[in-house]
Design a protein around this ligand. Structure first.
Ligand code: NAD
Length: 447
């Protein structure tokens, strides 16, 4: 999909107009290419006194062969690829100035597509109310920093539970790298879990079987491509009417196709049988199939309500029930849902869709604690404005507003959603469960 405004804003006349009129200035986002280094410049690391993540962070930075600086003086004129701060040692609000003192002198030296990463401890896991308050306050800092960083930069807060230090690598790699190009202003929680680090970080899903519903086009197609690139065998599912496109995708990703309407009464058992008989079960389930049936509430007929809620929510619940009950999804597996910022903020004309997408967040909250014992993680992505056929059909002015109303002033690409899903799917993400991560360029809509 072409973003003409972005093209214009990069021309010489456009640049001048953008500056003079204070118009949105969407920076080109660097996206991941196989073989690309995780970070392509120096990383400044700092810590509040008593921070407990120094060894873990430095270990990850060493493993990605980053140039690590621990004082601003070492950088000279260079621009930083990332600024990483361990705030776990902040125990009282009076000490939040540690954040200011680390970031203030260097934030303007962050390079294009630079990364700000703040690390803390989940406020609900610390002992004292004052420490809990101070850790909660990190959210405001990170979200505001995300709105200030320029040139395609992003900012995230990663809460790491005590004892989960070894589970940081997959998440840190994701947020440092170009894989998280369109993810900003997010808060992620990593809990304790036995983490199986991939033998090869370029193929972390080698030997895994992944099911992607709605894989014939759009975001589902990109998810199939990225999971396959990362080494998984992908079972691509879509309705029979999309069969031709589906088999093209399945062939391209060297996976297999299954034509099935997920809302049909026998879909859960058929799917369970297929996965068990052909693949011995499944490791990664991505519930991507989704539809919109927009109308304002007073004008909405039963069929629009029923179909949106059934495809987007109830069908995946019924499938989960059977896959989990019959152990078709292996222990240590991954369940991943597609929510939407409509499910967080609500959207005009979408009471049915917003209900279903909030329900997808409900699935995460209801299942994640219960499945911890089996090592199955449950997470969701909530895309914002993603450049697909769906969004290209939106009327011009609404579309332009949707594209610009985020910190990166542009729409995301299907691959941005897919990369986030691949991070959830990684064996290194065993402690990442119960999260809803927005892929929205830090949209102004929603919390
Ligand atoms: P899309 O319409 O391009 O693709 C959806 C796919 O799901 C299609 O191939 C369709 O045939 C399939 N599908 C629909 N009903 C099905 C059924 N009953 N059984 C099996 N397959 C079925 O949509 P997209 O833009 O790629 O969106 C993918 C997901 O991301 C959806 O869940 C959507 O709600 C969500 N999402 C998209 C955006 C966006 O900006 N595009 C934003 C937020 C959330």
């Amino acid at each position: 999909m072409t973003d003409r405004y972005q093209q214009l804003a990069r021309s010489s006349v456009g640049r001048m107009l953008v500056k003079r009129l204070g118009l949105p200035n969407p920076a080109p986002l660097r996206r991941y290419q196989p073989g690309q280094p995780v970070v392509d410049g120096p990383v400044l690391f700092g810590s509040a006194p008593k921070g407990r993540l120094g060894d873990a962070v430095l270990g990850v930075l060493k493993s990605v062969e980053a140039t690590v600086l621990t004082s601003a003086a070492e950088a000279g004129e260079q621009r930083y690829a990332a600024l990483v701060f361990d705030a776990t040692g902040i125990e009282r609000s009076e000490d939040l100035g540690e954040l200011y003192r680390f970031f203030h002198p260097v934030i303007r030296q962050l390079g294009s597509n630079g990364r700000v990463i703040v690390l803390g401890t989940q406020p609900e896991l610390v002992d004292s109310p004052r420490q809990s308050v101070a850790q909660r306050a990190l959210e405001g800092f990170t979200r505001a920093a995300g709105k200030e960083v320029q040139r395609g930069g992003t900012a995230q807060l990663v809460y790491v539970a005590p004892g989960a230090e070894d589970g940081l690598a997959a998440t840190l790699r994701f947020f440092l790298s170009a894989r998280s190009a369109y993810v900003s202003g997010q808060v992620v929680r990593i809990g304790t879990a036995p983490v199986g680090e991939p033998a090869d970080w370029e193929k972390p899903l080698a030997g895994k079987v992944a099911l992607v519903t709605g894989a014939a086009r759009g975001i589902g197609e990109a998810i199939a491509e990225v999971l396959s690139r990362d080494g998984a065998h992908v079972v691509c599912l879509d309705i029979p009417a999309a069969g031709e496109d589906l088999s093209k995708v399945a062939n391209r990703v060297r996976g297999t196709a299954i034509q099935l309407d997920i809302t049909s009464a026998d879909a859960p058992t058929k799917l369970a049988e297929h996965l068990r008989e052909r693949h011995g079960g499944v490791d990664i389930v991505v519930h991507n199939a989704g539809i919109t049936r927009d109308k304002t509430l007073g004008r909405m007929d039963d069929a629009r309500w029923d179909s949106a809620v059934d495809v987007n929510l109830s069908a995946q619940e019924r499938i989960n029930e059977v896959l989990l009950r019959d152990n078709v999804i292996h222990d240590g597996g991954r369940l991943i849902g597609l929510s939407s910022i409509s499910g967080i903020a609500g959207n005009f004309g979408q009471t049915n869709y917003s209900t279903s997408k909030a329900g997808v967040i409900g699935v995460v909250q209801a299942l994640a604690p219960a499945l911890r014992e089996r090592g199955i993680t449950v997470n969701a992505v909530a895309p914002g404005f993603i450049e697909t056929r769906l969004t290209s059909a939106i009327p011009l002015f609404t579309r332009e507003a949707g594209r610009r109303m985020n910190s990166l002033a542009q729409g995301g690409l299907p691959v941005d959603v897919a990369e986030t899903i691949a991070w959830f799917a990684s064996p290194g993400s065993a402690g990442v469960t119960g999260n809803v991560v927005r892929v929205c360029g830090q949209s102004l809509l929603g919390a």
